[in-house]
Design a protein around this ligand. Structure first.
Ligand code: GLN
Length: 454
């Protein structure tokens, strides 16, 4: 009831939820009370969660914040949310996001932008919560849920977490099932939590993870109790500091925070080593070929016949065209055009195949660092703090918006786990985050290092 009341009070301003399920929440909570009364109950029993609108929830609004999925209520539950309900969690509703998870500011949503609960000191201007999991980040930081699900294709868990002073982890590709999560770029998409503390994130991820025969890319490995790793410390670990992440024009306060983070880890017994990840500068351009290519293919299914919106015309081709023209927003159309272009016969080798080769080199950079004895890597999470809603420079230049992902996309390209943890504030009092990147399936080290920084 407290969370439902908080949502009713704050959501008209923040726009974090696109649908709420108060009756369902109360039913689930009552069932949890009963279980707990009998001394039973799962690890998340009775914990109220917000669910990103990208996860299919049976009988409940699931539109990926797109007009094209108008009225869609799936007949099935995503594996990740089913895992959370199995462990006792309670659903409060569906969270706003960038349309089909394409964006870094939550401004591409059909439902309009999410407003960050944060303001720069002395200013009343509305700020973005980051994207694409902007609803998740805003809801968690404004106490409109205890924690939230999110997804990360190129930074969409970690960048909004950094902008809102919350903790967000993208696990290793394959750790969580993608079944029932609306697909954006299937070789990059991963689900993970946004939470207020490292421990909460660890508990959430334990429940969300696990092998699923319905997702051929999910990996059949036991899921550790991540919460048990949180207090493990960093003694004896070697932390890599990639020189390529020292970008020109990076704000001094982010540079300073990065150094402080290294000092905190050293004070707890880690050693720090400079490393090189030489292909870093190609990650962003390669990502913006691979991700739109996969998106253009995944989004072919929205044809006005199978799901959601339908705009009829004189024949079936007309129906496809009119539905897609009316149903997709500008950013989604941009991605479809880039994607179909780089996959077209004449350009496939020059763009798509080349980007895949670059991806292999990016992955190899990380493997080389890990083979040379690095246990984890520390970087800033984002190149800046949160910016204003409707920022004109960013609106005019999509590539400038894409630069937000410069520190996060490498991790998706390499399939590695990455966690964003709040580490400090900028001069205007806005949250700043650091990112810890780890070896495949070594999320435990990430939680331990993030706990030292938090
Ligand atoms: N901002 C990136 C994009 O627009 C990442 C999105 C994501 O991780 N879902 O593609």
């Amino acid at each position: 009831d407290a969370y439902i009341g908080a949502i009713e009070a704050a959501n008209p301003k923040l726009n974090a939820y696109v649908a709420t399920t108060p009756e369902k929440a109360r039913d689930m909570a009552r069932a949890s009370d009963e279980k707990l009364g009998k001394g039973q109950g799962g690890p998340l029993e009775g914990i109220p969660l917000g669910i990103k609108d990208l996860f299919a929830t049976k009988g409940v609004h699931t539109q990926a914040a797109s007009h094209i999925l108008d009225g869609f209520k799936p007949e099935y539950e995503s594996t990740v949310t089913a895992n959370l309900w199995r462990d006792g969690a309670v659903m409060l509703g569906k969270l706003n996001m960038d349309e089909f998870a394409m964006g870094s500011s939550n401004e591409t949503s059909y439902y309009g932008p999410v407003v960050s609960p944060f303001r720069a000191e002395g200013s009343n201007a509305n700020l973005v919560p980051g994207g694409s999991s902007g609803g998740s980040a805003a809801a968690v930081s404004a106490w409109l849920c205890a924690a939230a699900t999110a997804t990360d294709t190129g930074g969409s868990i970690r960048q909004p977490a950094a902008f809102t002073g919350t903790v967000g982890i993208k696990p290793t590709y394959g750790r969580a099932s993608r079944w029932g999560t609306v697909a954006f770029a299937s070789s990059l998409d991963q689900a993970g939590p946004i939470a207020r503390t490292v421990e909460d994130a660890a508990m959430m991820l334990t429940s969300m993870s696990g092998f699923d025969p319905k997702d051929s890319t999910s990996v059949d490995l036991p899921v550790p109790d991540f919460a048990a790793a949180v207090e493990r410390g960093v003694k004896g670990l070697t932390i890599g500091v990639p020189r390529e992440y020292r970008m020109d024009g990076m704000p001094g306060e982010i540079e300073k925070l990065w150094s402080e983070g290294l000092e905190w880890l050293k004070a707890e017994g880690a050693s720090v080593r400079d490393i090189s990840l030489p292909h870093t500068k190609y990650a962003l351009p390669a990502y913006y070929i691979v991700a739109p290519a996969e998106a253009s293919s995944n989004l072919a299914r929205y044809d006005g016949v199978k799901y959601g919106l339908r705009v009829t015309g004189k024949d079936i081709t007309d129906l496809y065209e009119l539905t897609r023209a009316a149903g997709f927003g500008r950013e989604v159309k941009r991605r479809i055009m880039i994607g179909t272009y780089v996959l077209s016969a004449g350009y496939f080798d020059a763009y798509y195949v080349k980007a895949q080769k670059v991806r292999t080199l990016i992955k190899k950079d990380f493997e080389d660092a890990f083979h040379a004895g690095v246990d984890a890597i520390l970087t800033p999470a984002t190149p800046s703090a949160a910016f204003g809603i409707g920022d004109e420079a960013l609106a005019a230049d999509p590539v400038a918006m894409y630069l937000n992902d410069v520190f996060t996309v490498t991790v998706n390209m390499a399939g590695l786990p990455g966690i964003a943890v709040p580490a400090g504030k900028d001069a205007q009092g806005l949250p700043l985050g650091l990112q810890v990147i780890g070896k495949p399936f070594d999320e435990e080290t990430l939680f331990a290092a993030a706990r030292v920084i938090e």
